[in-house]
Design a protein around this ligand. Structure first.
Ligand SMILES: [Zn+2]
Ligand SMILES: [Zn+2]
Length: 365
């Protein structure tokens, strides 16, 4: 079977024949149907974030369970599943507190690019172990993952669309609804209109936000933000975006969500909320990026917080989001502007980096 491998930071992916071992205790073998192309992978491929190499990339995967290892109870062969970028063990303090995306296992999974708990890899090229990015490795025809990395969904949902819920779309929706906690009538400004930003617009709309402002530089993306529910679109190449948000909100928004993963944008997002407002940083910046904030702003009661996959509770929220997608209430498939084959994995990442696509999907089977 084939998989897209990053052998070293900065090198292009190689799509090659690899070997996949049998699923072990609590693991499942999944036949991947599609995988979204998410910007986070690029940080690892370029060496801006660290992970063990060589690594099979991809983390927005959806597929069908082919086989289960010993002890698996939550899924069975034939189940349709979406894989989750954040793992939850169900046992640590954070999981038990109801904050599963904060699970203590995640840092080791991300840095080690290994399966959760066991620390193993099931992918090989000859004798060489291949790692699983985020414990997943979805740019492959098949993968083996921990059963708790999968969420079972209804059989009639199109896997080449709902795969986006594995990371970007869930992060955006959840950042607005869960992390920001937008309530009806409140104002929110969303910085960046990629997959996460546009999903945050949808989340804010669902939550009943009174005023949704989208900030980006690409007019096509801003037009889609409008379609998803943004009331005001600000092109930062034409207007000073912080000044514009101040004007539109009469002194600052209740919430800001940053999705660009850039220090200057995080600073602008924080500057765009009023006293007592809350800024949520959802974007992934390169490792070592520092953000500068004037400390007096904390005396104004302004909060800044991060989010992991939108603070969702995957087993509950993902099937709900799938239902809403099927009912036309979360039309995130509108942001998929291109599809690729697995052999075109490099083209997919190149187009994403150049801003030529909002979201694209690699169709695997
Ligand atoms: Zn992602
Ligand atoms: Zn946990």
């Amino acid at each position: 079977m084939k998989a897209a491998i990053c052998y070293e930071a900065g090198a292009p992916l190689k799509v090659e024949e690899v070997t996949l071992d049998e699923p072990q205790v609590n693991e499942v073998l999944v036949k991947l149907m599609a995988s979204g192309v998410c910007h986070s992978d690029l940080h690892f491929m370029k060496g801006e974030m660290f992970c063990a190499m060589p690594v099979v990339v991809g983390h927005e995967g959806a597929g069908i369970v082919e086989k289960v290892g010993p002890g698996v109870t939550t899924v069975q062969p034939g189940d349709h599943v979406i894989m989750m970028v954040s793992f939850s063990c169900g046992k640590c303090r954070f999981c038990i507190e109801g904050r599963p995306t904060m699970c203590v296992e995640n840092m080791a999974i991300m840095a080690g690019s290994v399966l959760p708990i066991s620390g193993a890899t099931r992918l090989r090229k000859g004798d060489q172990a291949l790692h699983h990015l985020f414990g997943l490795a979805t740019f492959a025809e098949y993968t083996v993952v921990h059963e708790r990395s999968c969420v079972k969904i209804r059989d009639d949902a199109p896997l080449d669309k709902v795969c986006l819920l594995g990371c970007g779309v869930a992060t955006g929706i959840g950042a607005a609804i869960n992390t920001a906690g937008v309530r009806p009538g409140e104002s929110i400004v969303i910085w960046g209109a990629g997959g996460v930003g546009l999903s945050a617009v949808m989340g804010a709309k669902l939550a009943g936000a009174g005023k949704i402002i989208a900030v980006a530089s690409n007019d096509k993306k801003l037009a889609l933000a409008k379609e998803f529910g943004a009331d005001h679109m600000v092109n930062y190449k034409q207007d000073d975006p912080v000044a514009k948000v101040m004007e539109l909100t009469g002194g600052g928004a209740d919430y800001a969500i940053e999705t660009a993963g850039r220090a200057e944008v995080i600073q602008q997002a924080y500057a765009s909320i009023h006293n007592g407002g809350k800024c949520v940083v959802a974007g992934m910046a390169a490792l070592g990026t520092a953000v500068s904030i004037q400390s007096y702003e904390f005396l104004l009661g302004k909060a800044i917080t991060g989010t992991v996959q939108g603070d969702i509770r995957a087993q509950v929220d993902i099937p709900r989001y799938v239902d809403m997608f099927m009912d036309g209430k979360l039309p995130f498939d509108k942001m998929i502007s291109k599809t690729y084959s697995l052999d075109q994995a490099n083209d997919a990442f190149n187009a994403l980096e150049k801003g030529e696509v909002i979201r694209s999907v690699v169709k695997i089977q």
